[in-house]
Design a protein around this ligand. Structure first.
Ligand code: UT7
Length: 331
């Protein structure tokens, strides 16, 4: 048997039906379409309405069902389900375990992976390591976030950015040298205070006070996060190119976390990439946190060709960030 690498062999995606436009946000907070579009590139985002009474698992299951529609997979053959999320259904009980049961992956073990906007990128590393080592044959990696559940829709600095969605990919072994080639992953706890949800964790459990102080919503020091995001995401992408002697001509696609179009542009410029090679859907979905990367794959799947060189890059709370170089495995 040749050396095993971990290839993505199927993708699926899902976004809820309800569209929250910039115009609608103008009615909710002091903002305007022009500001949001020029500062972020976002025009609309999808929201799973609270009345539905569903959590991130609902989005995750829908994304997996989409994947199953496109590729025949026996769920019983899945060895492991990793759910990348910043918004698990509940704390303590694993959301991944629930999703695995619901999709029929009854022989799998499952766990949640929490690394803010880099969750899916880190999950790719984990999934690929299990496959490349020969430990498991089929690993399902899902990125799902119901960001609307932790957004304060009276705070214009955050409510314009985030949206809900999910994406899923299947990792399987490849002996042709396709799949994950290299990774550069980092974290730095200095970021802890700049992008966080202060209450509801073990430091500050829920209380009347925390609810009154609106501490169960995301807080972001946008300017600081932006500064770190631009330099670290671009650095990581440039570094993965250097490590693998990739020129801008060798890179077929940049698959960047969708936090802000200006961060994406800065990363692409640093890599010397033409815009036509940059995957982007931030205008339609906003920042879906763990779901941005697989939703890009889902949207661009028809354009991907076997052997294409993809560079994934992300930056998120914590701070967490990095880049992954992967060769696409199917047409
Ligand atoms: O995915 C995880 C990682 N997250 C990120 O990468 C996000 C990084 N940060 C960003 O994308 C940007 O910092 C934001 C989009 C959040 C904000 O854009 P900015 O260009 O950094 O704006 P700013 O925070 O510097 O604010 C500029 C001005 C301020 O007014 P003054 O102080 O100059 O009078 C804000 O109060 O824009 C004001 N402002 C708004 N105006 C209209 C802030 N939010 C809004 C808004 N509508 N929604």
């Amino acid at each position: 048997m040749g050396k095993l690498s971990a290839a993505i062999t199927a993708v699926g995606g899902y976004v809820p039906e309800f569209v929250l436009t910039n115009k609608m946000l103008e009615e909710m907070v002091e903002t305007n379409d022009e500001w949001i579009t020029t500062r972020t590139g976002i025009q609309e985002r999808r929201i799973l309405k609270p009345e539905e009474g569903e959590g991130s698992s609902y989005l995750a299951i829908k994304a997996v069902q989409d994947l199953f529609r496109k590729k025949q997979v026996d769920p019983k053959e899945i060895d492991l389900v990793i759910l990348a999320t910043a918004t698990p259904d509940t704390l303590v009980a694993s959301t991944a375990a629930y999703v695995a049961s619901k999709i029929g992956a009854t022989n799998a073990f499952a766990y949640d992976l929490l690394a803010a906007c880099s969750s899916f990128l880190y999950g790719m590393s984990s999934a690929a390591a299990y496959i490349a080592s020969g430990t498991y044959k089929k690993v399902l990696l899902i990125g799902a976030d119901k960001m609307s559940s932790i957004i304060d829709y009276t705070d214009r600095t955050t409510c314009i950015i985030f949206g809900d969605g999910a994406g899923a990919v299947l990792f399987e072994a490849n002996e042709e040298g396709l799949g994950l080639q290299d990774e550069y992953l980092r974290s730095d706890g200095i970021g802890r205070t700049y992008l966080s949800m202060d209450a509801g964790g073990s430091i500050l459990p829920a209380s009347e006070e925390t609810v009154k102080n609106r501490q169960h919503y995301i807080y972001q020091d946008g300017k600081t996060v932006f500064k770190f995001a631009v330099s670290n995401m671009a650095d990581a992408a440039a570094r993965i190119m250097d490590q693998n002697q990739l020129t801008h001509e060798d890179v077929s696609w940049l698959v960047p976390h969708q936090a802000n179009k200006r961060i994406i542009d800065a990363t692409a410029n640093r890599m010397g990439l033409d815009h036509s090679k940059v995957m982007m859907n931030i205008q339609r979905y906003g920042n879906t946190t763990s779901a941005t990367l697989p939703l890009l794959l889902s949207d661009y799947e028809a354009q991907l060709k076997k052997g294409d060189n993809l560079v994934f890059a992300a930056f998120g709370g914590g701070f967490t960030w990095g880049a992954i170089y992967l060769k696409w495995a199917y047409n």
